[in-house]
Design a protein around this ligand. Sequence first.
Ligand code: SF4
Ligand code: SF4
Length: 136
Amino acid sequence: MSDPWYADGLEFACTQCGKCCTGSPGFVWVNDAEIAAIAEFRGEPLEEVVGLYTRREAPRRSLKEKANNDCIFWDREGGCTIYPVRPRQCRTWPFWESNTTTPEDWKRTAEECPGCNQGDLISVEEITRRVKVVRV
Ligand code: SF4
Ligand code: SF4
């Protein structure tokens, strides 16, 4: 198989701007293990976490959003309130298949996310690993 177009790696360093956690409506998929980790981190019963912070989007489950479309766990002052246990989708952003397949995809992503094309050089191996974690 030929090397991906980002064979030399891509630069990325999150600026903590919060754009990917706020704004337009969307989905943050969570599986059972991720919900359990959030419950443990918050010290809250599993059923409560499922009911208060997640919504069914058959056949999966997504985090809920606030009325203004911010992620339910986004705090305007403090940022992500579950950062150590944030779901895989959040951990691997912006290295999703949909954002990295072509240079044009990456350019579009960089227009949304100011952390792209600056900061640490992420190797092709690490990008490929992250792309495989979740297919979005
Ligand atoms: S949009 Fe990019 S820079 Fe802003 S918080 Fe999200 S990952 Fe970080
Ligand atoms: S869980 Fe945290 S990182 Fe993920 S969208 Fe919500 S606030 Fe952002």
